[in-house]
Design a protein around this ligand. Structure first.
Ligand code: GRF
Length: 213
């Protein structure tokens, strides 16, 4: 009998509470995502996401930006650690830093990010507050390939979330977060499946995009 094929290895970068990291870990364990999380790295020593990873028995690293001269040097180290662990896809999950060429070149078309709005609307911090204050009736979730730009890059998947009249930043954020936790593992699986190509900014799946549900 031949050996089972090794699952692709994910590296997840977090800065905070790590609920999206948790959704990825959970999905790898219940079979929705055919991958393993090989390492979780944070720029913040006490990121709760690191503790979630430790609880799940996953290797963690705190890489302190203060130990590096600039962003490029920091990202060179990130890339070296991720490559050393045979990571195939880097998942930014609330990683509060722009990523630069040394990481993006080492993982060409293989860095993904999740953002709590329908990009290109409301990039950056407090996307849910921006959406609410702008008065949009629909916001949502975007998973995209990362570029050096802020919340920029070809869109893999989006899910819409209605904005309700009584919403506060907290209630809207909570409703969007539920969709984030569904969308991120699904999008990661799509990227890993590899039956896609880019046409300019467009992420085109050979088998066609599945209608949003
Ligand atoms: C999420 O809303 C994600 O979309 C954004 O940052 C937040 C991270 O939350 N990029 P968590 O750390 O995954 O709980």
């Amino acid at each position: 009998m031949s050996a089972p094929e090794a699952l692709p290895c994910l590296g997840v970068l977090v800065s905070g509470r790590g609920s999206n990291l948790q959704s990825i870990i959970d999905a790898t364990r219940d079979g929705r995502l055919r991958a393993v999380v090989g390492i979780v790295i944070s720029n913040r020593q006490h990121a709760a996401g690191l503790e979630r990873a430790r609880q799940a028995g996953i290797e963690t690293r705190w890489i302190n930006p203060k130990d590096f001269a600039d962003r490029q040097a920091y990202d060179r180290e990130l890339a070296a650690v991720l490559l050393d662990r045979s990571v195939q896809l880097v998942c930014l999950a609330g990683f509060m830093r722009l990523v630069t060429a040394p990481l993006l070149d080492a993982f060409s078309q293989s860095v993904v990010n999740i953002h709590p709005s329908l990009l290109p609307a409301f990039p950056g911090l407090e996307a849910q507050r921006q959406a609410l204050e702008h008065g949009v009736r629909v916001s949502g979730v975007t998973v995209h390939l990362a570029t050096a730009g802020l919340d920029d890059g070809p869109i893999v998947l989006q899910r819409a979330v209605p904005v309700l009249d009584g919403d506060t930043v907290e209630t809207l954020s909570a409703r969007i977060l539920i969709e984030e936790h569904r969308a991120y593992p699904e999008a990661i699986q799509i990227v890993l499946d590899g039956d896609w190509h880019l046409d300019g900014r467009r992420f085109i799946r050979m088998r066609g995009n599945v209608a949003a549900t």
